[in-house]
Design a protein around this ligand. Structure first.
Ligand code: DLL
Length: 437
């Protein structure tokens, strides 16, 4: 690699990776070198990429600058499914040290693989992410992401150890036990989905433990969309810093990007390993700052390189702040797949979350039910009433919710109050929407 031009560290007390201090020109030079390697590697080793590039009339040598990336065809979830299980692997199976798979709620799971080098880079990126979140060597980390084929548990685990922190590999579920171990082991940090942290906080209260009184100082939350309102709610209830970790199995797993605790302004993408783009609905690239679908090209992956993978996550690219050389994404509040179209109005569940959390007399426990009312689509917000407030206060709060949804989103919904504890609790990725149509 050419000379590293470093920019001053935002926080001189932190030992950052040298790449985290690269200025934009140096980072882009590194990206180009790695992009060219990746395209050659994918084209030579993965028949689907050979075919797609041939069909598009592009050869790896056509990638001379970073902007040449637009010449490459997109890769979709369907492409990955069509090669199930191992057709996208770019190294012999004997070189694959680990396999993960996406949940596959809609069809076949997507299977991904990692070489020893991939696993090492992944662990380093998790270590970088945890450090950006405020976790330091020597701290104890309660890892409640699910262990198994899901990338969350084992992915985060390796990074905790790599950082020099202590991993507590509890995995997801058994909430009462989670609370017990938080009390007994006194971890400094917790890793889980934001909805599961809410479940844990409730369970603490049920056991008579003040969630603000525990040893926890930091939560590194991701794997599902969540809002800044939810961040404030969790920070207030648990007296912690809540930081956003982003990633997806197809591109690596957790740690594709992470927020910095000092700014909490959306995940910085670790651009030395992943090249992000934003595209419009027609697939045309959009400039930084404009909202659209996030697309990634991996830059260092050996076993499972991806070229212009369409994530279906909606966000925009913003300039770096705490790591000035690396761009950020705006906090992801929706996926293409989550969008609800209700009588011509597009809405995302996180928009409802934002409104719910803005009304103090409501609880954050709600689900959305979609049904048909004659030929019209209808949506019901089922929300648990506040256990300590009177019926009248809760009913008034439900009315305010319906009004605010009407004003801010532009659609009428029914709000139905439920008894405390009536709705399912999260144990990982929360299922918020029930489509009964
Ligand atoms: O959820 C990887 C992960 C594990 C990320 C633990 C963070 C923490 P998948 O199961 O493949 O991988 O799901 C990926 O989850 O495309 C987003 O839609 C969503 N997602 C992940 N992180 C965030 C986040 C893991 N921080 C899909 N904010 C992605 C919003 C997120 N959505």
């Amino acid at each position: 690699m050419s000379t590293i031009h470093t920019i001053p560290a935002a926080h001189p007390d932190l030992t950052l990776d040298p790449e985290e201090r690269l200025d934009r020109p140096a980072l882009e030079a590194l990206q180009l070198e790695r992009l060219q390697w990746t395209v050659h590697h994918a084209y030579a080793q993965v028949p689907l990429y050979t075919r797609k590039l041939d069909e598009a009339g592009v050869t790896p040598d056509d990638i001379r600058t970073l902007s040449d990336i637009v010449k490459l065809p997109f890769t979709t979830k369907e492409d990955l499914r069509s090669t199930y299980p191992f057709g996208m692997f770019a190294v012999p199976m004997t070189e694959v040290r680990r396999i993960h798979a996406s949940s596959g709620t809609t069809g076949r799971p997507t299977v991904v693989g990692y070489t020893a080098g991939d696993l090492d880079r992944w662990a380093s990126l998790i270590a970088r992410s945890l450090r950006a979140s405020g976790i330091r060597p020597g701290m104890k980390v309660h890892n409640a992401y699910g262990y198994g084929l899901f990338t969350g548990g084992l992915g985060a685990h390796a990074g905790i150890e790599k950082l020099g922190a202590t991993a507590i590999p509890i995995s997801g579920g058994q909430t009462a036990r989670q609370v017990q171990l938080i009390v007994d082991f006194e971890p400094d940090a917790i890793l889980c989905t934001p909805s599961y942290l809410l479940t844990i906080a409730d369970a603490m209260e049920e056991q008579g433990i003040d969630p603000r009184s525990t040893s926890l100082k930091v939560a590194v939350l991701g794997a599902e969309p969540w809002t800044n309102e939810m961040r404030l709610e969790l920070e207030r209830r648990l007296d912690i810093d809540a930081v956003d970790i982003y990633g997806l199995s197809e591109v690596m797993g957790p740690g594709v990007g992470n927020e910095c605790v000092e700014t909490k302004d959306g995940p910085h993408i670790w651009e030395d390993h992943f090249l992000p783009e934003i595209i419009g609905e027609d697939g045309a690239p959009l400039p930084d700052g404009e909202r659209g679908e996030l697309v990634f090209t991996s830059l260092t992956k050996e076993a499972f390189p991806v070229l212009r993978y369409r994530t279906r996550d909606l966000t925009r690219l913003l300039p770096g702040t705490a790591r000035p050389g690396m761009r950020r994404i705006e906090k992801i509040t929706g996926r293409n797949d989550d969008m609800i179209i209700l009588r011509g109005v597009n809405l995302f569940p996180t928009q409802i979350e934002e409104i719910v959390l803005g009304i103090e007399t409501l609880t954050p426990h709600f689900i959305l039910e979609l049904s048909k009312n004659g030929r019209m689509d209808a949506m019901k917000v089922r929300i648990e009433r506040h256990p300590e407030l009177s019926r009248e206060t809760c009913e008034a709060a439900a009315k305010v919710l319906a009004q605010r949804i009407k004003v801010h989103i532009g659609t009428s919904v029914d709000v139905q109050l439920e008894e405390p504890g009536a709705l399912p609790r999260s144990e990982g990725k929360y299922k918020r929407v029930y489509d009964l149509r």
